[in-house]
Design a protein. Sequence first.
Length: 201
Amino acid sequence: MPPHSPERRASLILNKLSALTLTPEHLQLIGAFVVAYGLFETGLEPGLLALANTNVRGMGSKDQFKLLAAGHWSFSEKANAVMCVAGQAAGDICEYRNSLVHGYLMAIPGGTPAFMKNPAWNTAIVKKGKDAGDAYADIAQLHLALDAAWTLSTLVRRAQKAALDSAAQASIEALEDDVNNAKSCAGELRHLRALMNREKY
């Protein structure tokens, strides 16, 4: 293999990341989560267009999640209840994703890799009004994040179809247990982040 081949470079980079406490399992789960969240994010805009008949381009995530939680006027009470829970889960999992993707990597030998978003010592960023927050990338938490993101990505696609065809509402109702679980996973991530931040500061 040539010394400057992309394959060789990639292998060396993976070794360096592993030395920063990001094992192959961490990297696999982080990659899977980012893809699953991306599927949710790309399905959200057309889903909300169908649900609310509103172009959400340029709208903040929190407002988008409120629209998602509002469901659709034609949905059954049960389907709209599922949508409401999904909107709440989306807010929590979005915060974890933002910290993971935009945070500073904190690598402590023998510890859990963490990504710090807008840490207090970076006043120039904090003053922009963005929340601080960490994403701890231990294996159990990455499992929670992946589970929640996948469920939400499934939901927005089903919601888009159901807004255009009322017969598809049953597919949303069928996700009730999965969406409740996604809310639980996302809520646990938020709770664990809060506990760890309290201990840290």
